[in-house]
Each structure stands twice: as C-alpha cells, then as structure tokens.
Design a protein. Structure first.
Lengths: 335, 335
DNA sequence: ATGAAAGCGCTAACAG
DNA sequence: CTGTTAGCGCTTTCAT
C-alpha cells in the first residue's frame, strides 16, 4: 500500500527522474514520444506527486493561512469565501483558522505556528493589541484585517469605517431627523464600533445637529437578542427616532424585531441600516439595507500585499483602504 | 533571512540533532541540565520546527481536508466549525475546500488532489454519483457526508432523513391536518429532498391521511426567494394549510415571508418547521423551529471513522447514522 | 542518555 | 533534450 513515487515511474518508463519531472510540470522541451511513454507509466501506476516533498524541495508551500475569529459568522464566512476564491486565482490555497478571538490562539497565529506550513498569513485580530502584534510577530509575511490593531511594521487592510458611518448617517438624514446608533457594546475591545460611532457623530455635527447621547444605544453583548433588547428598552422609555444605524447586520436584525414589536413600521416609521452586507440582509423582512464592505476588494488587496511580502518586499507597513458602498434594500426605501 | 534550523540549534547548544529533537518533543529521557541548555538555544535563536520537513520525515501530516459545496452557506459553515473543533481535539487540523458542487472540483477531491498534503478527506458530494465515487477514488482515507452518494466501499455519515421527516411531520400533525411540504426543487440532484419527502409521506400514510399532491410545493431553485414565491403562488391559488415542513431553514424563511404577506399568522394560523437548525432559525421573526442534525455528532462520527481508516482499517464501507432532534421555537409553539 | 547517519520524495543545478 | 546528484529540514533506527 506504499505510494507510487517519482522513481517508480522513472523505472517503469525506463527514464530518469528529471524526465518524469519535466512531463509532470509540462515543460516544453520534451519529445512527444518521450512524453507519451512517461504519461503512460504515470497513468498505469496512478502516480500523484507528493506535495509535501515538493514543498520541502522548493521552499514554497503555495498555501496561506487565514485566521479569523469565527468561521461560521456570516461576515467572516463570506469574507473567507472571497479570500479563498481570489487566492485560488492567484495560485494559492487557503488554510482557514479560527481563533474565537482568544488571546492565546491569536498569539499562536502570529508566532509562526504555521512555520513552514504556509507562505504567509492573513489575520483578523480581535483581542491582540497593536503593540503586542508588533512585538511578537516573526518574519512570516503577514497582512492584518479589520480595525483593531495596526502596528507600523505590518501591512493592513480595512474599509474607512468613519467615512462609511458618515455615508450611512447622511443617507438616513435625508428624510429623518432623529437617527439612533445601535450599539456600543459594553467593554467592546474592537476598534470598529468606536470608529463607526465616530463617523456617525461627525455626520451629525456637519449637518449642524446637536449631539444627543440618548440616541446612542448600548447593548449587553453581540447577539441579535442583545440588540433587540437594547432598542426595545429604549423605545419603551419613549425614545423617538426616525432611523437607526446599526453596528452590524445582526444588530440590525435585532432592531427590526424590536421595531416590529413596538408596532413601528420599517421603513415608513423608522428606517434601518445594517453593516457588513451579509446574506442576512437579503432574507430579513423587510430586506435590510446595509453598508457594504467590498469583500472581493478586501480579499484582492490583502492578497496582493501578502504576495508582495512573500516575494521579498521589505519596508514599513502599508495601510490600504478598501472600497465600501451602501446596498439599498427595503429597510431604507425612499431615502 | 534564512530560517533557523534544527542543526543551528544543535550547533549553538553543542549537542546533536537528536538531543534537540528530544527536547522539542518533550521526550522523557533527557537530563534537566541538557534540556535547559537546549531550550536556551531554541529561545535565543527563535527556532520553530519546519512542519513540512517533519511531515515528509514522518509521513503523517496531521491534517485532513474537508470538501463542501459552499463554505459560506449557514449549514455548511456551522458544520465546518464543528468538524474543525472536534478535529482539533483529536489532534488534526482541517483544510477547508469549496467545490461549489461542480463535478470537476468534486472529482479533484476524490482523485488524490491532496496527495501527501492531508492524511484523509471528509467529503460532502453534490453532483458526483455513487458509481463515479466508487470508481474514481484512490486509496486516500475518505469519509462521505450527506445523502446523495454512498458507494459500498466508502464510509459514510448521515442523519436518518426519512425518520427526521416523519418526526417533523408528526409534530406538525398534532394540531393540524393539512401539512404542506416545501419544496422539491426541479432537477434536484441531491437525494436529501427525496428522502425528506418520503418521510413526510410515510408519516401521513401511517396517520391514515390520504396523499395530496397539491400539498407538495415545488420551487424553482434553492434561494429564499424561490421558496417564498412557491408558497405565495400556492396560497394565491387558494391552498389551505395548517402547517408547512420545509426542506431547509432557508426555505422556511421564505415560507415565513410568504405567510406574512398573505396575512397569515405563524404559528397560530400556520406552523412552520425548518431543517438544519442553523443560526437563521434563531434570528427570524418568529423564531423558527427546525429539525436539528447533531452537527457535533456528525463531526465526531466522521472523524472517528476517518481516523480509523488513517490508522489502516480496511474493509467495506461503514454506514453510520448520526442523531437528530427537533429544536422547538416559536414557529411551532403549541405543537 | 546522547550521537551519527540514513532516509522521506521531490527539485534543481550541473553535466553530458 | 536527458541523466546524475546534491540537498530541503526533520525523524529515526542503531550504536555508543
């Protein structure tokens, strides 16, 4: 049951390893007769090159690791798919890792756990700080995603969260005056929420609207239920709003639930805008408008940077902004 | 920028490779003094073992491939997570592959594309037939998931779809008489739908209810929208039902939409039961009851079978049934 | 308890 | 255009 090796094929075809190798790699300078003979031996023996051995010999694995907090979260699974597909176009395969946002798992990612297994890593940190990443990282090519940490030494891709939040807020301002922000999570360690809140505030200031802290809703956690509860409670307290900008699509789903329970119609009474443009936005009732990070764009930029690093590019960390848009659906119809 | 190797550490510590290897592997018979000296050299040099080289030497990769139709589909991403987590407990890492259900990609999975890269493969086929899989598969350890194909030579894990459909139908029958099935997709190549429909029919027959083909709703595709449209059209034609058993959670979401549009209340007028128990079921309004395959259980069984095969187990394909349940939420409240 | 040396299967100089 | 050979970095007998 021992596997067929290159030498077995060579012996069978009565040629050297090099010739077999040339055939396997579709090298040009092989006589057709030779090629046919070798191919026959390959087929008869059912030869498959051993990828591990090839990697060791070439020093190139053709694989990159992608480390994300949760592989089954809608945004991350959709982004993973984009990255895997774009990587395939660029000749790489992707090893998907889940950190669950745990510090230890994140540290393992940075500290060359994948030594010699992958050519580089794309990493979306949650709990590691900028300082920590800068300090612990090895010389493994690395590109960071998301907004929580950005060491000066490391490449980084994100969307402009502040601008996106401004765009969203301005959209909602077109027909409404009182725009809520849902939500700031207590003890949120991710920088995303802060940036989004910041953009929301900027847009209001630019519009000459006085800040109103009662419009900023804090949730107890990241679940849909937490968002629903936060908005429900606020509505019960008499909160009066025309629209709500949500931190992500899950929170927006919670908002739709809370508004429905309160007997408010979306979008007629209150408009709702989500964030991430995941598949959730297309299946809710009403369908959900959502700030849409360009996932393919993020994937492409991250891979380009990473592949340059793999190719030997040195220098300080580059900071790239990926495009975003707003996918308009029913929940903001008329805006 | 050349990496630190085992020999570098050995030279630095003034010992042989073997001793360093013993330390790295936490072998028992190493004197504490020696261990300390070697560890110091490892730390100073920042040595990380090259995993590719280790793999080539040991012949074991410690990695398995998981090939699924779509990595961002709720059911598959959740199942992937379970498999990755259980695999980690068992000392394996998972390389996730996406086939998009394409015949060519599926064939590549079977035909040792991963040669020497992984120790085995867990594969959820969609378009490959039983015969084709039996014919094309190499000697790479393989476990199949899902219900579409089951060659006699290959291990296979699934839930009892027929029984699960009976269970679901019986639950719905407790308070309703007219139970619809949504949906059979035109040209559905997966066996799942047929089995589920079969279980539904069996349950009705056992209850002495005459079959009624007007209750079996065919959809034009696998999207939420297809399901919504199918049920809407049926309701518009005057279809009168007490409950609907859905082929999967996405179809159930579509059913909720169609019922809401028709002014029917769930669960009071019509109960809805989904299938797969994905996160979608927890965020819909009302929340969705769903037939729940035990994803951890599937993962555990699949990995146990695969690891036995990796360990050299020979013999005919084993056919294992994983447990299922029904997660009851609002959409069937009162049943 | 530690060292020396022979592979694991493939690639890539370098010859011929 | 084809063959020979020396590694890639690690594990693993077999000695000592």
């Amino acid at each position: 049951m021992t596997r067929v090796r290159l030498t077995d094929v060579a012996a069978r075809a009565g040629v050297s390893m090099k010739t077999v190798s040339n055939v396997v790699h579709h090298h040009p300078h092989v006589s057709p007769a030779m090629r046919a003979r070798v191919q026959e031996a390959i087929d008869e023996l059912g030869y498959r090159p051993n990828l591990t051995a090839r990697r060791l010999a070439t020093g190139r694995t053709g694989m990159i690791a992608l480390a994300m907090p949760e592989i089954d979260h809608p945004y991350f699974s959709e982004l993973s798919r984009s990255i895997a597909e774009v990587a395939a176009e660029m000749g790489y395969r992707v090893l998907i890792e889940q950190t669950l946002g745990e510090a230890e798992a994140e540290r393992a990612v940075i500290m060359d756990r994948e030594a010699g297994l992958v050519d580089g890593v794309i990493f979306h940190p949650v709990s590691m700080t900028t300082v920590e990443i800068g300090k612990l990282r090895r010389d493994l090519p690395l590109v960071l995603l998301g907004e929580s940490a950005r060491p000066l030494t490391t490449d980084h891709v994100m969307i402009d969260n502040v601008q996106a939040a401004r765009d969203g807020t301005e959209l909602l301002r077109r027909t409404g005056r009182r725009i809520a922000f849902l939500g700031t999570v207590s003890h949120d360690v991710t920088g995303s929420t802060a940036q989004r809140l910041h953009g929301y505030q900027e847009a209001l200031e630019l519009a000459g609207v006085p800040g109103d802290t009662s419009l900023v809703l804090e949730t107890g956690g990241f679940r849909v239920e937490d968002a629903r509860a936060a908005l429900s409670a606020a509505l019960a307290r008499g909160l009066d709003i025309d629209a709500v900008l949500c931190r992500d699509d899950r929170f927006a789903i919670g908002a739709l639930q809370a508004l429905a329970e309160a007997g408010l119609s979306v979008p007629d009474d209150v408009a709702v805008l989500g964030w991430d443009d995941t598949h959730l936005a297309t299946i809710s009732t009403p369908t959900l408008s959502s700030i849409a990070p360009d996932k393919r764009g993020i994937a492409r930029i991250a891979l380009e940077l990473l592949i340059e690093r793999i190719g030997g590019h040195q220098g300080v960390g580059r900071h790239r902004i990926a495009p975003h848009g707003i996918e308009q659906r029913q929940s903001t119809a008329g805006r």
